[in-house]
Design a protein around this ligand. Structure first.
Ligand SMILES: [Zn+2]
Ligand SMILES: [Zn+2]
Length: 251
């Protein structure tokens, strides 16, 4: 399985990073996790056609994770691809119908299934050969972390969160944990992660976590990347990776 980071940033614009989006290439077809602003424009950069994407997992409904979902649907519709399945936490159905409700001309031309998920849910998205498990995160709105298990690998995507046990438990024995790291060590913040709060949590996991890829960086993280690696490297079995837009990881 190949993981392409389409966007590794947040709601504040910054050079080189658009908002959140991760494209997972499974054997059958790609699965998109989150679709923040700028993610759609990364498809040509990544050499992938947006029309290949008909399944999207949303971690939560904050704009930096969903702003390009309707533009993706529209781009697909303009190219004759009209079906889509959108999975997300509690509230996704209501959010989707309100937003798409403002664009009746698109609404009439597409066929979208919205499926709400809850923590603990395990499912296989239609047309895929992988299993996805959901866990609650520690964020300001209902947010889900996902573990994706396929034949050739297993990873966890944290969504937005302060470090929490439900995500770590999900990540034990996975090859990779993609974890948000919004701010540098020492920043006082709730609902998000810093290298110091993540290190504190990892202390209890005694190298049970494989590799960690940090993403979802605020501009404040710039210049503090090496410090983050240094702070975390002794707590994982594998390596600490810093996500960049268009970076690819193979599992
Ligand atoms: Zn958020
Ligand atoms: Zn976010």
């Amino acid at each position: 399985m190949e993981i392409t980071f389409l966007g590794t940033g947040v709601a504040i614009p910054q050079k080189g990073r658009v908002q959140s989006g991760v494209l997972v290439s499974l054997e059958e077809k790609p699965l998109l996790i989150d679709c923040g602003s700028g993610v759609l424009s990364r498809f040509p950069d990544a050499g992938v056609s947006h029309t290949n994407v008909d399944t999207v997992l949303l971690s939560h409904l904050h704009l930096d994770h969903v702003a390009d979902l309707i533009p993706l649907l529209k781009a697909n519709w303009l190219r004759g691809k009209t079906d889509m399945r959108v999975y997300g936490p509690d509230g996704t159905e209501d959010w989707f119908s309100r937003v798409l409700g403002a664009y009746e001309y698109i609404l009439d031309g597409v066929d979208v299934d919205v499926i709400e998920l809850s923590p603990g849910k395990e499912f296989t998205p239609e047309g895929f050969d992988c299993e996805i498990t959901c866990a609650a995160t520690d964020h300001s709105v209902p947010t889900l972390a996902y573990r994706v298990t396929a034949e050739d690998g297993e990873f966890v995507y944290s969504g937005d969160t302060a470090p929490c046990r439900d995500i770590m438990d999900l990540a034990v024995e996975a090859d990779l944990l993609i974890h948000e790291c919004s701010f540098p060590a020492g920043t006082k913040v709730t609902n998000h992660t810093t290298p110091s709060t993540l290190a504190e949590m990892l202390e209890d996991y005694n190298n049970e976590i494989g590799s960690i890829c940090l993403t979802h960086f605020y501009p404040e993280m710039r210049g503090h990347e090496k410090e983050a690696i240094h702070r975390l490297k002794d707590y994982v079995e594998g390596e600490i990776i810093l996500a960049e837009d268009l970076m690819r990881l193979e599992l």
